[in-house]
Design a protein around this ligand. Structure first.
Ligand SMILES: [Zn+2]
Length: 372
């Protein structure tokens, strides 16, 4: 099946071949190429071998330039986009100089995480963009989502500096900012799942801290008041634990729309799960767009038929932990066909034709489907 892009590519390739062939056969001056200097008139009329070599060189360069233009439209067989592939939603908890247990990530190792993800072609996107399949990253790269549970001050902390509040460089956010300054194409995104008071020990009020994160483009998610084990709570306690967080966020930021919840301990009971998704506390009604599990697997793409935002899969941070980020980096290196790879166009859903049955039609919206 030839899609629109492929037809266009073929047309351009044929045009280039015709240009080259006509240049070889006739003594006519070569067509001028935009961006390249025209040859002197005398050279065109009386070409020496050197001039011919020069002209040929110019033509080759022009051809290379056109080839580059073509590849910006991407070679599907080479890039192998798979926008039905799997995405890692990485789950971080504690940060510090040392790793006290498997829930910790040292600052040094977090720097390594960012570097390795970047080098392996991963780009940070927000959880909301993942959920809505609004993924705007270059062709051939893969999205990755960061989540941070428990509002610990190794994740984020404001400090006073010259009368201003700035992010401590010795925090995950400080390290992400530093990395982003050197690699702006990596992105700066993350969702922070907070409990009662977030980032204790930071300068500023809680509202100021959260505002700072929102201003950076980060998101705040619900991890319940009291870090409540929702599997053991009755419907009233569930709605209170979830609703109190929503109430606080509504008071701080009335226009803030993000509503996702990370399950404390990853636990829930089937019999009361509906109250986790949707409920009411005092006058506050809530409805969560996504409920995040404690990690062990990458998530299918949000347009894959197996995608379930209400049992959203995550991958644990760390190395050698168990089904952690490094385990899956290796898994995707060995099984590249499983990995979400972008075609560079956020308005399309592009994947190998043989995967067509995995597409969830009702999630396509106004995006164009491209198969190859
Ligand atoms: Zn937690």
């Amino acid at each position: 099946m030839w899609c629109h892009h492929q037809k266009k590519i073929i047309a351009v390739v044929i045009t280039i071949l015709l240009i080259i062939l006509s240049g070889c056969k006739s003594a006519e001056p070569s067509p001028s190429v935009p961006g390249l200097p025209d040859l002197e008139e005398s050279q065109k009329n009386n070409p020496s071998q050197k001039d011919i070599d020069y002209a040929q060189g110019e033509r080759n360069r022009a051809e290379e330039q056109k080839q580059e233009d073509i590849t910006t439209q991407i070679d599907y067989q080479k890039v192998k986009p798979n926008e039905l592939g799997e995405v890692m939603i990485v789950m971080y908890h504690y940060f510090g100089e040392e790793e006290k247990d498997t829930w910790w990530r040292s600052f040094e190792n977090f720097r390594k995480d960012l570097k390795i993800l970047y080098e392996k072609g991963y780009r940070l996107i927000s959880l909301d963009d993942f959920l809505s399949n609004n993924i705007d990253i270059p062709a051939g790269t893969s999205p990755v989502v960061f989540t941070f549970d428990d509002g610990t001050n190794g994740q984020f902390k404001l400090i006073e500096k010259n009368g201003h509040k700035v992010v401590s460089p010795d925090t995950a956010v400080g390290i992400m900012q530093e990395f982003y300054n050197n690699h702006p194409d990596f992105g700066l995104e993350g969702t922070f799942y907070i409990n009662d008071e977030a980032f204790v020990g930071s300068a500023g009020t809680e509202k100021e801290r959260l505002q700072y994160l929102l201003d950076l483009g980060m998101d705040i998610g619900n991890h319940t008041f009291g870090h409540t084990n929702l599997a053991k709570a009755d419907p009233q306690a569930i709605q209170e634990a979830i609703g109190k967080h929503v109430e606080k966020m509504n008071n701080y930021f009335p226009n803030y729309k993000h509503s996702t919840l990370a399950l404390p301990f990853g636990e829930y009971a089937n019999s009361t799960f509906n109250y986790i998704v949707e409920g009411q506390y005092n006058n506050i009604k809530y409805k969560n767009d996504a409920v995040l599990l404690v990690g062990w697997k990458p998530s299918p793409s949000s347009v894959h038929r197996n995608f379930d935002p209400l049992k959203l899969l995550r991958v644990r941070a760390g190395e050698g932990v168990e089904h952690d980020m490094y385990y899956y980096l290796d898994y995707f290196d060995k099984n590249p066909e499983m990995r979400y790879v972008s075609d560079g166009d956020k308005d399309t859903i592009c994947f190998p034709e043989e995967l067509s049955e995995n597409l969830r039609p009702e999630k396509v919206g106004d995006k164009k489907i491209i198969t190859y």
